[in-house]
Design a binder for this molecule. Sequence first.
Ligand code: F6P
Length: 303
Amino acid sequence: MRIAILTSGGDSPGMNAALLGACRAAESRGHVLLGVGYGYQGLLNSDFRQLTSPEVLARFSESGTLLGTGREPRMLSVEGIDAAATAARSGGDALIVVGGKGSFTAAAQLAARGVRVFGIPGTIDGDMHYPTATLGMDSAVNYGVRIIDDLRVTALAMPGRYFLVETLGGDTGHLARATARAAGCELVITQDEPFDAAAFARKMRAALERDRFCIALLAEGMGFATHIGGELERHLGARVRPTIIGHSMRAAPPSAFDRRLGLEMGAHAVKLAVEGTSSCMIGFDLGAGIQSHGFVPPVSPKA
Ligand code: F6P
């Protein structure tokens, strides 16, 4: 079989791991994995080339995507989708799409036209429309946490200051909230809940009185840290120092979790393609989170 794979939308750490997982799975079964350049643009231009696992392995630990990615406006039109479906059918026996919600919207339309498509969720935003971990979010959160750790060093060295850190995250606040939680920041502004600048400023002041500094987070969908920071300054009567980590979060080194996720999802997509499964989206549900369990008697050591 010839299985094509493309990465689409914002790049996310772990995309190269997905390529490696897919490539190894294809090669070990005697199939060919064709990389498509720059997302759906490459599909429309029939830009396919065979990937080999040593080549992909060499880029495995890098963020970004060795195939290149893109946001293809032609995929918003019926003509574009029709043309992409024709290209996908002549280019390969199945297509793997690594990307976020927009990429999957196009993928679903290809599937409706008879292309066998397998979707791997790849976005730092963690905002898929079905329950799944997404490639890159864990790495991006780790990156954000490191930046906040650094800010805390200077915040503690010179107490009494306010900081506002702007993350990416698209049209949801998942990334900002996940970063805040892991970084121990209790104050986060996202579009998912109403924002009242005066009330938020009061919380910031209370945090500063307790901790001697205040680091709050802001999801990009709420506006610029400079702008929201200015609004908060008026209520606080003090300067709010903005840090925009923004797109650099996408360049986070792929975490162990994202590498594993990419490898396993890539391999699984190829398995589904080879087994003749019909089109679907692949997920990895992180499950129930914190739980309580009864005490389990320890296993007694062997005599
Ligand atoms: O892919 C998602 C994302 O990284 C969002 O977090 C962000 O809003 C968007 O991409 C930025 O897109 P671009 O790179 O086109 O500016």
